[in-house]
Design a protein around this ligand. Structure first.
Ligand SMILES: [Zn+2]
Ligand SMILES: [Zn+2]
Length: 421
């Protein structure tokens, strides 16, 4: 077994005086805290090269850290050792008769898997074993791609998190967790990547979550918008004023939350002041008449103000939105969910929206639990994949945290995505 010092855990009574020393006197940088709800603890990491200090703050009386501080006062709590394979490490320790607190790994902070060795076996030291989460490289820089006469710019509105089980429907966690490891609240990291298409006009397809989400929802969805669409537009040399057309794949909040914003006087106004907004007519009907199953996803504040401002156009299946760009109904996720076909000079790109939310969803049966008509999704995916592989479509994955677009390939029956962006 190979081990490295990962971090030293320090139990704090009050956070402010602890930060006054570790942050202000020692000059260490404090990462934003992470709550491990199962342990009622908030962890503040201060990184120092390959190792860190972890300040542990109890969030509930009677929790392990609260009891520790009560009994012994604040101070050194545990030493964490990083291992490559925690299951193998536990098996080895068990075989050697080492007394363990956890016989199986459990979720820790930052998506890691952890287990504790009993202090009696480690000469009075509480030892944590930690297998860090496989790094999900998250990328947010705008990336340009020329498709014939059209320029495509993939941009980011930040990241959010959704329940991993719901994202993969009937696919067991044992199969998807290696691709997108869940955190201790069972959520997987997801990107929010609208696509800008520049031709005769400048169009944005979807616009992320926007900034209207209340604090409670932002916490539930793990919304991270320190860097968001305005930053991405600026980095790409654009602003909200450059957008002529804003097109919706469908009207869920994580796709059109960024279509409106709250003005200083509290009114909801279109985010892109010069744009004509385009949505599907029947999707609009469904979004404005929600039922119990889809109510949480359709928030009127994201689209009704567009109708009121007189900037909305509703179109049907297959509509051409601007030269080379047209809707294509996939259904499945919602009855009238659209993918967007982008064609120029004999080449085709596809904005797949929630038909292929991430590159992990490329196998046909990997269909989200969120889909209202999963059998329709399956039927569309089957036919679409054949076509995309044969014609080498460039497919954009709106929610993939680590990859913007790629080409579907199939070798010996195994389907994969060859990264392009
Ligand atoms: Zn959706
Ligand atoms: Zn979505």
């Amino acid at each position: 077994m190979r081990v490295w010092l990962d971090h030293v855990g320090v139990a704090v009574g009050e956070l402010a005086p602890a930060l006054a020393f570790f942050r202000d006197v020692l000059g260490l940088h404090v990462e934003s805290p992470e709550e491990v709800t199962s342990q009622h603890v908030r962890a503040h990491f201060l990184h120092m090269g390959p190792s860190s200090l972890e300040l542990l703050e109890a969030t509930a009386p009677g929790s392990p850290i609260a009891r520790f501080v009560e009994k012994r006062g604040p101070g050194l709590h545990h030493v964490a050792l990083r291992v490559e394979d925690i299951d193998q490490a536990l098996a080895e320790l068990h075989a050697r008769g080492v007394r363990l607190i956890d016989h199986a790994a459990r979720p820790g902070a930052e998506g890691a898997r952890v287990a504790f060795i009993h202090p009696s076996a480690a000469h009075g030291v509480l030892v944590e074993l930690k297998e860090p989460a496989p790094a999900v490289a998250r990328f947010r820089t705008p990336v340009r791609h020329q498709l014939g006469d059209l320029e495509l710019i993939s941009v980011s509105d930040g990241f959010f998190r959704l329940d991993g089980g719901a994202m993969f429907g009937v696919v067991p966690r044992a199969l998807w967790q290696a691709r997108l490891p869940p955190d201790d609240r069972h959520r997987i990291p997801l990107g929010l990547r609208p696509l800008i298409v520049r031709g005769e006009q400048t169009m944005i397809i979807d616009a992320g979550c926007g900034d209207k989400m209340d604090a409670r929802s932002a916490d539930i969805y793990g919304l991270e918008r320190a860097y968001h669409l305005d930053h991405a537009l600026a980095e790409a040399g654009l602003s909200v004023d450059d957008i002529d057309i804003a097109l919706a794949s469908h009207l869920h909040f994580d796709h059109v939350g960024g279509f409106t914003r709250r003005a200083e006087d509290g009114r909801l106004v279109p985010r892109f002041p010069r744009a004509r907004y385009v949505a599907h007519a029947q999707e609009w009907q469904d979004a404005t008449h929600p039922h119990e199953r889809n109510r949480a996803s359709y928030l009127a504040e994201n689209f009704v103000p567009l109708l009121e401002a007189g900037v909305l156009t509703l179109v049907d299946d297959g509509a051409e939105i601007m030269p080379g760009v047209s809707y294509r109904r996939s259904g499945g996720h919602t009855a009238h969910h659209q993918v967007v076909m982008i064609r120029s000079a004999g080449m085709t790109a596809v904005f797949a929206a929630d038909m292929y939310p991430t590159a992990a969803h490329v196998p046909d049966p990997w269909v989200m639990g969120y889909d209202l008509y999963p059998m329709d999704t399956l039927a569309f995916k089957r036919a679409f994949a054949r076509e995309a592989i044969e014609r080498e479509y460039l497919v954009f994955f709106e929610h993939d945290p680590a990859l913007a677009a790629g080409i579907l390939r199939e070798d010996a029956g195994r389907r994969r995505v060859q990264r392009v962006i």
